[in-house]
Write a protein that binds this ligand. Structure first.
Ligand code: ADP
Length: 634
């Protein structure tokens, strides 16, 4: 046996083997594309069979033999264009050319092969080149469009188709041109071998190759979706899951429906608006799969669900695969994948859709667990806050209360002992002072509560911030404290809840005084920058330790060095300031004052620009540096 004969024999075995595999598949899955695949390889297997029988019976020279072989070979390109039409749209002209060409070649080959051999050969070559060539091109085009395993299988099929057509053309060229017959025959066998190998990879890849080809799709999906377990916004997570599933499958679209069994609906994220839309949980093909608890495949969605045919057509969802997410015991939703046409390798898609549905179930469960955990954390945090609040409030309220009570009891006893004695003015003043402090603390607590709930800042009206600052300055300079602020030059109009802004500035100035046991008094600076006013309260006090900086604006937080200065203070002032400033659309932050101390700054948006120069008249005007400072939301 020569090498060429060996290759020929291998080719024959491969093609017959392929036919057996695809025939078994076609019998199991009765789809048009399976039938056309079986037709393709059936024709080649038939050629092998006929030639074997003819050889065995010595019928190779029979006048009908070449006609039968040519007709059988012509079935192959014809089956190919039918196959192309199964997964993509192919022009009507090429379909007609396929049918007509096949009829012409078959008729000429069977009826009139003897006298017009050369003409039949030429017509057959043209037919193979045009029809088979188009099929090869269409497979390659589909390969370029597809992704993952479908792309690889399609590439193999395209290679196989081109090599197979080349082999046929070479065989006929050999017959027509006896001078190159030998070379053509060698090349034809090699091309047929390439075709057989490529077709095997395309139509019947071995399990290990299939696994290796599928793996990237799955990894790609996991890479894109694994973080979704932690995404708090469920709508955004589902939208991303849709994109990840569609992209893993190279499908036109995918949509995950989340089950809401209490309301009997499936919730989808609308691809256009990005909003939730709820549908009864038995609606669409997806709903059927969800209700039935098993996969539903619709090669023609409009026919399978005529009620919503328009919807499927409008979105180009001609073929739909829907698989429930979750188990029978715990149905979480459904995954539906839409495509223009069913792939001829539907089994890969089905496998991947099932797997993606399982992965989605894991993700959705993980999300539920994460939500439970965060709800639990929030409850614990609330309980902790309540405890902190109670102990802070109890401690801070008890001190003035003890004074009030003690003083009142003292006055009472004195009164009983000597009712005629003049009133103790000092004692009364003390009671009044401590009661005021008590009232301030209670107001602060209530205020923080109201601001936390929102809507406590509402009386916005245009006000000149320079006037507001001047009023604050006035208040504190009356108490013997010197503050330096710029003399008003241009009005700085902002839309503010004035008492609230004054409350913020009072608080910052009070803190600045409170936390500056000795040293120069605090200063207030006003600057304007673009559309914003910046007000800074600069002190030269005890500063804020580095470790506490991040938490300064938290509710009830007091820095470690504050206790050494005063043990009164709930740690609510800055929390309240932050809320008020943010409700005004501004920012609050602090940074160390050069040389020691702390600078707290706020910005407020201005209604109309009042100038661009810093208003501070001093040469060393304070310049805010929020980048280095610690913002309230840091
Ligand atoms: P309170 O002053 O009632 O404790 P605040 O919310 O006003 O509460 O302030 C929170 C903490 O921030 C204070 O306890 C103190 O540790 C720190 N702090 C605020 N302002 C200053 C400042 N000007 N200098 C140093 N530390 C400050």
């Amino acid at each position: 046996m020569t090498a060429l004969e060996l290759i020929g024999a291998i080719n024959q075995i491969l093609f017959v083997g392929l036919f057996v595999v695809v025939l078994r598949h076609a019998l199991r899955e009765r789809r048009r594309s399976s039938f056309n695949t079986a037709l393709l390889f059936g024709s080649i297997a038939a050629v092998v069979l006929v030639s074997r029988v003819a050889d065995a019976l010595g019928l190779a020279e029979h006048p009908a033999y070449p006609g039968i072989v040519i007709t059988l070979l012509a079935v192959a390109p014809f089956a190919m264009v039918r196959l192309v039409d199964d997964f993509s749209h192919s022009p009507r002209a090429i379909q007609i050319a396929g049918y007509l060409g096949f009829a012409v070649v078959a008729a000429m080959a069977i009826l009139a092969f003897g006298p017009i051999q050369r003409l039949v050969g030429l017509v057959a070559i043209v037919f193979f080149l045009v029809v088979g060539g188009y099929a090869g091109y269409a497979f390659a085009r589909e390969a370029a469009r597809a992704r993952g395993i479908t792309r690889r299988r399609m590439t193999a099929v395209a290679t196989g188709a081109v090599a197979f057509i080349a082999a046929l053309v070479l065989i006929f060229a050999g017959v027509l041109l006896p001078r190159v017959a030998e070379t053509a025959s060698i090349l034809a066998q090699v091309a047929a071998l390439v075709a057989a190998g490529a077709f095997f990879l395309g139509f019947a890849p071995p399990a290990w190759i299939r696994r290796a080809w599928r793996e990237p799709d799955l990894r790609h999906f996991l890479e894109r979706s694994i973080h979704l377990a932690g995404v708090t916004d469920e709508r955004a997570a589902v939208a991303e899951l849709n994109v990840a599933a569609a992209s893993a499958l190279g499908a036109r679209g995918a949509s995950v429906g989340i089950a809401d069994p209490n309301r009997g609906v499936l919730r989808y994220v609308d691809a256009e608006t990005g909003e939730w839309s709820d549908f009864p949980d038995d609606m669409f093909i997806a709903g059927r799969a969800y209700r039935a608890g098993r996969r539903v495949v619709a090669e023609d969605a409009a026919a399978a669900d005529p009620q919503h045919a328009d919807r499927y057509r409008a979105t180009g969802a001609n073929a739909v695969i829907a698989t429930p997410i979750g188990t029978d015991a715990r149905r979480l939703g459904v995954l539906a994948v839409y495509a223009e046409r069913m792939s001829i390798f539907a089994e890969d898609d089905l496998w991947l859709v099932d797997l993606l549905a399982d992965q989605s179930a894991v993700l959705l469960e993980a999300r539920t667990l994460a939500e439970h955990a965060s709800a639990l954390r929030a409850r614990e945090e609330a309980a902790r806050m309540k405890e902190e609040f109670l102990s802070a409030a109890a401690h801070d309220l008890r001190t003035p209360l003890t004074v009030v009570l003690g003083q009142a009891e003292l006055l009472e006893r004195r009164q009983q002992r000597s009712p005629e004695a003049p009133a103790d003015a000092q004692g009364l003043a003390r009671i009044a002072r401590e009661a005021r402090r008590l009232s301030d603390l209670v107001s602060e607590l209530l205020d923080a509560q109201r601001l936390e709930q929102g809507g406590a800042v509402r009386d916005f009206a245009p006000a000149d911030l320079l006037e507001v600052v001047a009023a604050v300055r006035e208040r504190y300079s009356e108490g013997g404290v010197t503050l330096s602020a710029p003399a008003p030059s241009l009005p700085l109009i902002a839309s503010v809840d004035r008492p609230r802004i004054e409350q913020v500035l009072d608080n910052l100035v009070e803190n600045a005084l409170k936390y500056t046991p000795q040293g120069p008094p605090p200063e207030v600076h006003v600057a304007i920058d673009g559309g914003e006013a910046r007000i800074a309260v600069v002190d030269h006090g005890i500063g804020i330790p580095g470790t506490d900086r991040k938490r300064i604006f938290e509710r009830f937080f007091r820095a470690s060095n504050a206790q050494s200065i005063t043990d009164t203070g709930l740690g609510l002032g800055l929390f309240i300031c932050r809320r008020i400033v943010e409700e005004h659309g501004g920012r609050i932050w602090f940074e160390p004052t050069p040389g020691g101390g702390t600078t707290f700054a706020i910005t407020l948006p201005l209604v109309e620009e009042s100038g661009t120069e810093p208003l501070d008249e001093r040469g060393d005007a304070w310049e805010p540096r929020p980048a280095r400072g610690v913002a309230a939301d840091a």
